[in-house]
Write a protein that binds this ligand. Structure first.
Ligand code: NDP
Ligand code: PHD
Length: 371
């Protein structure tokens, strides 16, 4: 990669730097080969304080020394003007307006928030699946008023979508379209940010409802797997006519796990006869991402790690494998109603959030989209 070879790292900013996702950004970026943390942003409650005083640090390692005394700013573009990339872990209540203002100021934003995921000109990219959607960037810039030269927004997906869409993409690549898919999630508390649910609500309990989550999984999966097609009105990232019909239904639950979303997936392929469980296992284990092939340093070597043990994956045992950058699958077996069923587990704060944004940014740098 040109920048690291030259020994010059790109300056980056982190919005929502004090939050659950923001802290993971800080931890991952503090020793990154391409990027160096240059500016931090959070709410007015935190602005003006040194980072160590503004944050309730919940990572297992200490606050990196380079950011301990760094001032936290309000999320205004002027404080981030010299950043080549801005990572956003902002609360969705405020992410829309702030990220929009940053883009208008010709800044490049990689966001975790849901606000722009449905925008037809904003790529929704799970970097282990659909980096081809970066092709929407020139259209996004040209349709902005006034047209942009450098600025753009890329979002990553909801953390539960991210976990499931990786094996789904691998299976579609190997065996053709999936026709229907049923998903039941068991989602970690950290998915709700800090401090999350009160302990008296979640300990000794399962909460069978996460607001808006089921719709996001169902919709985002289709946008991500739908490809980008050329239409009379330009490029389109969600043209359902361009793909085989795909019926998908999700049921979401919050469980008393700190980190790592586990999902039970059952699916039916369009192709008859369907592949066997062993063929599915092999296809999952052999799947590799374009991001890894391109040398993105945070992309995992094993995009999907397939467990043979009957009681894996488990969030406590598997969430830190490859620094949480891949997904773990297990219990691949025949389904008597659809074709195949399996369990997938992914670290919601790593590949489900901060790591995805970082791999997306690495990919964009390697492709020359960021200068
Ligand atoms: N946690 C997860 O597993 C995942 C989260 N996401 C998404 O990522 C985003 C961040 O989530 P998470 O880290 O969990 O959330 P947190 O609640 O832990 O953090 C929210 C961050 O937003 C900042 N913020 C809040 N209000 C404002 C404001 N008015 N102006 C500027 N900054 C503000 C907070 O700053 P302050 O400390 O000053 O209040 C804090 O830094 C959300 O959009 C979430 O939906 C996506 C995938 C997974
Ligand atoms: N809602 C997810 C995390 C999240 O914030 O998702 P989204 O970015 O799609 O709102 C969870 O609770 O686990």
């Amino acid at each position: 990669m040109h920048n690291s070879q030259e020994g010059r790292k790109l300056k980056v900013g982190v919005l929502g730097a004090t939050g659950t996702v923001g802290q993971r950004f800080i931890a991952l970026l503090s020793e990154h080969p391409y990027f160096v943390i240059h500016a931090l942003g959070a709410s007015q409650r935190s602005a003006g304080k040194p980072y160590s005083k503004a944050v309730t640090w919940k990572q297992t390692r200490p606050i990196p020394s380079a950011v301990r005394e760094m001032p936290v700013h309000e999320c205004k573009p002027e404080y981030f003007a010299s950043c080549s990339v801005v990572f956003s872990g902002l609360d969705a209540e405020v992410a829309g307006d702030i990220e929009s203002a940053f883009r208008a100021a010709e800044l490049v934003v990689f966001s975790n928030a849901k606000n722009f995921r449905r925008d037809p000109n904003v790529p929704l990219i799970v970097p282990l699946v659909n980096t081809s959607h970066f092709s929407l960037i020139p259209q996004q810039r040209s349709l902005h008023s006034p047209p942009l030269k450098k600025g753009f927004i890329v979002t990553n997906a909801n953390c539960s979508t991210t976990a499931v869409v990786v094996p789904l993409a691998a299976l579609e690549k190997a065996f053709g379209p999936i026709e229907s898919c049923m998903i039941t999630t068991m989602q970690a508390i950290s998915g709700a940010g800090y401090p999350g649910l009160p302990s008296l609500d979640i300990l000794d309990n399962v909460v069978p409802y996460i607001s808006g989550e089921e719709e996001k999984i169902e919709w985002e999966t289709l946008k991500i797997l739908g490809g980008v097609t050329e239409t009379d009105e330009g490029l389109k990232a969600f043209d359902m006519h361009a793909r085989h019909p795909f019926r998908i239904s999700a049921s979401c639950n919050r469980v008393a796990v700190v980190e790592g979303h586990t999902e039970c997936v059952s699916l039916r392929f369009a192709r008859r006869p369907p592949p066997s469980p062993q063929q599915v296992r092999e296809a999952l284990a052999n799947y590799t991402s374009d991001a890894y092939a391109l040398g993105c340093p945070s992309a995992p070597r094993h995009t999907i790690f397939v467990h043979e043990e009957p009681d894996r994956p488990q969030p406590r045992l598997d969430r830190d494998f490859q620094q949480g950058a891949g997904v773990c699958v297990g219990r691949v077996r025949q389904c008597r109603v659809l074709d195949i069923k399996f369990v997938v587990m992914a670290n919601n704060v790593a590949i489900g959030a901060a790591t995805s944004s970082i791999i997306n940014a690495e990919f964009a740098v390697n492709k020359g989209l960021i200068t």
